[in-house]
Design a protein around this ligand. Sequence first.
Ligand code: ADP
Length: 540
Amino acid sequence: MQGLNQDLPLLLSSILEHGATTFGDVKVIGRYTGENINYDYARMEARARQLASALQRLGYGPNRFIGSLAWNTHRHLELFYAATGVGAALHTANPRLPPAQIAYAINFTGYQTLFVDTDTLTLAEQLAPQLDTVRRYVMMAPAGALPESTLPELLSYEDLLADGDAGFAWPVLDERAACLLCFTSGTTGVPKGALYSHRGTVLNALSTGGGNAWGLSADDAILAIPGFFHCNGWAVPFFGPMYGAKLVLPGRRADSAFLHSLIVEHGITVAPGVPTIFLDLLRHCQETGAGLGRLNRLFSGGTAPPLAMMEAYLRDHGVRTIHGWGMTETTSGATMSFAPHDLPADRALAAMRTQGKPVFGAAIRIVREDGTVLPRDAVTPGHLQVRGHWSAAGYFRRPEVEAMTEDGWLQTGDVATIDPDNTLHLVDRSKDVIKSGGEWISSQALEDAAARHPAVREAAVIAIPHPRWQERPLLIVVQAEPVTEQELLAHLADIVPKWWLPDRVLFVVELPHGPTGKLAKQELRHWLAEGRLNVAAGAP
Ligand code: ADP
């Protein structure tokens, strides 16, 4: 017997339509090169409809790709809805990646139209000779003369939009159709595409934006820091109109003085980002003595946030950290830590340190090498697998990559323990974990412990080969002030088991980072292999 509910597809266009009709006057603010935008969801939807009709006239609809190489602006947001609203899929290329990787992803996908903006035009010009299929570029800039450019065909976004039909109605699409394509950032190899569906993306935004997670409402103002090209900006483009939250778009800028001014001026209540951004912002507040206005929570993703940072935000600013775990393959978050407001600071921090619990719609488990499911006993580490409405079921045009288990779980490449109450503790990436005498040492836990020493600005731990133990940890440190190897080892001895203590500590001026601010450990391993890290001097 079937239920008697209306069978309406879950579509991205319905999110913007909801925002326009229900929260039509809620503000969307944009601050970027030469522009000062102040409009609302009603206006955004009207413009997105016009653009959608123009795209349809250009022949765009289901089974077609459109590309963007752009920062967090209101036009990029309109394009998210317009491209997906006509049934096409938007590939959001990441301008922070090395040009060869961007070209790889665009050529691999193969489409004709690429939307660029004022801050990516030069990059697009540089890339154009390497792009096999792109014939037409659309400049997302204010109306007026187009800049001089070497691009073959450059159209004006505002002209295209002005030609569109304001009476355009969003078509009814298949909710399982593809809508957005993001490539992994390549930290661990060649970028692979995650192709999201309307249904998965809507469910992801509904669940991660809700209670025990971001906890969004019309009382919130969100500062859109994560690039829209990175896991859909962690769903921020959908959160705004879905929950009636004000959105503030910073374009490409992420420097702390600028972000701070937006937070205070626009009453930001929640700021998502990676720990590096939050560390800079904290230092800015410490140096200037400035407060953080209405900000009451950070949403930290991408990598584990340092405990000392979360402690300082809570103590000095009353700002909690919601700590989420996810990957490109899980659309945005899958698990989130949630610390209720009335928890005492020590218990709140203990909760924030974990990667949290799965939100509704995502499930986690850990397995042994041979696939046997391991207990949720808080101590046994295993390979983390994830399943859910918005988790990838495979990689875009890469059927040979064995991402899935036979019983339908996605292998994440992470190692974790899980508590009996389903709280996730990420131990490490499988590739980074140090296997010493058959036991695992977490490079992330060692880095976190080292970073708690006031003389340490940043720390990285990688494995060095060892004749007896197979692998031993090597700690590489950027100093904030002078400190010796012995002092750091004594500090670590108070925090980690003795057999975890690094065999060597090396000091460097700077550590390599990937495009999303994560430590580039592969690069460090190259340094080691090439002899640029001099471990031999006094090796164990
Ligand atoms: P890439 O794999 O190219 O770095 P992703 O952005 O998809 O690109 O990275 C996902 C990975 O980032 C996860 O598999 C995990 O290793 C790491 N990660 C994400 N969130 C956290 C977190 N909260 N704590 C620790 N590691 C995290």
